[in-house]
Ligand binder design. Sequence first.
Ligand SMILES: Nc1ncnc2c1ncn2[C@@H]1O[C@H](COP(=O)(O)OP(=O)(O)OP(=O)(O)O)[C@@H](O)[C@H]1O
Ligand SMILES: [Mg+2]
Length: 235
Amino acid sequence: MQSKENIILSCRSLTKSFGEPPTLAVKDVDIDLKKGEFVSLTGRSGSGKSTLLYMLSGLDQPSSGHVYLENKDIFAMESKETHIFRNRNIGFVFQFHYLLPELTTLENVLMPARKMNEEGTRKDFARTLLRDFGLEHCKDKYPSQMSGGEQQRAAIARSLIMNPSLIFADEPTGNLDTSNGDKAMAIFQKTNRENGTTILFVTHDPDYASLAERKINMVDGMIESDQIQSHSKKK
Ligand SMILES: Nc1ncnc2c1ncn2[C@@H]1O[C@H](COP(=O)(O)OP(=O)(O)OP(=O)(O)O)[C@@H](O)[C@H]1O
Ligand SMILES: [Mg+2]
């Protein structure tokens, strides 16, 4: 039996349906994520990965089922409370980075801090992240003036600005070439190793999936396998 204290996030019977007649995108999913785990989520296009991530992070309501973060049911909270709780605890990297086009890189990275009225106190950290990610030269640039790799690194920096205990990354390497993809994965590995951040990332790349210590695979909205890898390539 694993100790409950080690679990940072869990979901029970999580289900999401879309449309009329309803089709199920996620069916009855149970997952426990432990503190400090580095987990890959794979599955064919349309298998429900993004839908699952949106619900786990509180961005989208389930049709039924529950998500518990630090043992609190996130959908039982008032929506404002959920919003604050999510901003404080969860970083999210979208499948398509979703930087705001009218904001500079520094402003985009600071956006989650701005929502929490912590822009001033997080500015130095934002600059540190930009330096660590090789983005100093992009500080005052807008997304349209940056390469895909730079934009994705900025989106990752944004997910880290609040020092979240948990990061969901939806195909963070999907639109990147090998070199930028490797860089993005290295950032996640370092964050996981040095800060103990729990990270769940979606990937279609078997090499990246094998960096994880735990691999979850989805088929048709359900968890098909959930395995600890004793020989992960985690460095
Ligand atoms: N807002 C929506 N309205 C209707 N159907 C949706 C919506 N979002 C997702 N779906 C459907 O739910 C299913 C799962 O979609 P989801 O985006 O979670 O898949 P995915 O595993 O992330 O795929 P990919 O690897 O292509 O990103 C798909 O059949 C999709 O068409
Ligand atoms: Mg997706």
